[in-house]
Every structure is written in C-alpha cells, then in structure tokens.
Ligand binder design. Structure first.
Ligand SMILES: *[C@@H]1O[C@H](CO)[C@@H](O)[C@H](O)[C@H]1NC(C)=O
Ligand SMILES: *[C@@H]1O[C@H](CO)[C@@H](O)[C@H](O)[C@H]1NC(C)=O
Ligand SMILES: *[C@@H]1O[C@H](CO)[C@@H](O)[C@H](O)[C@H]1NC(C)=O
Ligand SMILES: *[C@@H]1O[C@H](CO)[C@@H](O)[C@H](O)[C@H]1NC(C)=O
Length: 205
C-alpha cells in the first residue's frame, strides 16, 4: 500500500518578502492616485479658465433653383446659408476643411467644399454655399417621393457638414478634430416668396 502522505505545499513567500510586496504595491497605488488627482485638478482649472461653450450651427436660409427630375435623375441647385456661432470668449477656431453635402431621403445628391477660415472668439460667421446636383441618380421610390414633395411646393432635406477644426486658446492649439453637423429636416420652399424657417443643427465633436 502506498501510504506516504507527503502533501506538496507550494513555496510560500517569507513574511518579509510579502511585506516588501505590499509596500511596493502601495507606492504604485499612491503614485497613480496622485497622478489622477493632479490630472483631474489640471483639467478642472483649464475648464474653468476657458469655460468652453457649445458651438451653435443653424441653417438660416435655403433655396432651390433649376430643379429638374427626369428619369430618376436629378439636376438642381441648392443654396444654403449656414450660420456658425462661436460663443467662446477665449477659444478661436481654425476651420481647416469644410465639406457640405445635401441629402434627400438618405441619398446624397450634392456636395461642395467651403474655403478654410479662422473664426475669432465670440464671432458669428455666415457661410454661403451653393451645391449642384448633377444628374444625381435616385432610386425609383425616392424619386417618386421627391416628385410628390416638389408638387406640394416644399421639400425636406438633410444638410451634413463635416469639418476638420482646431481650437486656439492663447498660444495653445488643439490637435485636429472632426466636427460633424447634421441639420435635419431642413424645409425648403420651391417658391422664393415663402420665408425660410431657421433650422437648428445637431453637432458631434
Ligand atoms: C433667402 O434666400 C432667398 C433666395 O436666395 C432670398 O430671396 C431671401 O431674401 C433670403 N432670405 C433671407 C432672410 O436672407
Ligand atoms: C429637364 O431635363 C430634361 C432632360 O435633360 C429635358 O428634356 C427637359 O426639357 C428638362 N425640363 C425642364 C423643365 O427644364
Ligand atoms: C442634367 O444636366 C446634364 C448636363 O449638365 C444633362 O446631360 C442631363 O440630361 C440633365 N439631367 C436632367 C434630369 O435634367
Ligand atoms: C467674424 O469673423 C469674420 C472673420 O472670420 C469677420 O469677417 C466678421 O466680421 C466677424 N463677425 C463679427 C460679428 O465679429
């Protein structure tokens, strides 16, 4: 019979080694805690100094010209006035690139870019853009819906803006950030005698 009961105990670290271990662990924990507190306080101080305010974008005017929808293909000119409001007292904005597109029923029909510019603090800039749909192919159902809306005298469009921007505060400039603006629905009348209702846009930064 095999009666040997030599239970194999795993090597236990000595008490002093264990103490050293916990001491080191405590040091690391305190270091990271201190780091988090310092970073947190810095962020709060910067936040309080800059007091960033949300950028506000609206579509202030929109019109359609030369509309021609034939055989599910669209030719048309869209004019929009995009109002960009930077309410920040300390942060100015570099718009390094601006792409504007107009969509009907999730189908992009026209696209244009705007000139880069620098927007000062507490500034409102009106950006005028003209987008040309050139023989834009639409699906049959989308084409039918657009015809119906045209017959009613007004059409609901989506205006998307994608911009690369940087903030400037004093001497500091932020890295490139992608700003997405969605204005939906933008109700545009075919008759220019009807006044345009300002549309507020959602932003994603
Ligand atoms: C909007 O645009 C139309 C057509 O370009 C123009 O006739 C009208 O005066 C503009 N309205 C405003 C409030 O700017
Ligand atoms: C629309 O375009 C088609 C094809 O280019 C043309 O035959 C037609 O005359 C145009 N209609 C209007 C109202 O311009
Ligand atoms: C759109 O314009 C192009 C030329 O610019 C023309 O060839 C085409 O037939 C037009 N399409 C419609 C639907 O009017
Ligand atoms: C906003 O800034 C632009 C330059 O980017 C300037 O032309 C315009 O006059 C400024 N508007 C106001 C209200 O300060």
């Amino acid at each position: 019979m095999h009666t040997a009961t030599a239970t194999h105990t795993p090597a236990q670290p000595s008490a002093s080694a264990r103490r050293k271990h916990t001491g080191l662990f405590r040091c690391i924990a305190i270091f990271f805690l201190a780091l988090i507190v310092i970073v947190g306080v810095t962020v709060i101080v910067i936040w309080l100094v800059i007091r960033p305010k949300r950028l506000i974008y609206t579509i202030d005017n929109g019109s359609i010209h030369n509309f021609n929808l034939t055989n599910n293909h669209l030719n048309s000119t869209f004019n929009f006035v995009i109002r960009a409001d930077n309410p920040n007292g300390r942060a100015s904005i570099y718009y390094d690139s601006i792409e504007v597109s107009v969509a009907y029923d999730n189908q992009n029909v026209a696209f244009n870019t705007l000139e880069p510019f620098h927007q000062p603090t507490r500034n409102v800039t009106r950006l005028e853009t003209r987008l040309e749909a050139q023989n834009a192919a639409l699906s049959e159902s989308v084409s039918r819906d657009l015809k119906l809306e045209k017959a009613s005298g007004e059409v609901e469009l989506d205006v998307h803006v994608k911009a690369k921007i940087r903030f400037k505060v004093g001497m500091w400039k932020s890295r490139d950030r992608t700003l997405r603006i969605l204005c939906s629905p933008v109700l545009v009348h075919f008759s220019s005698s009807k006044s345009f209702q300002r549309t507020y846009c959602d932003i994603d930064l």
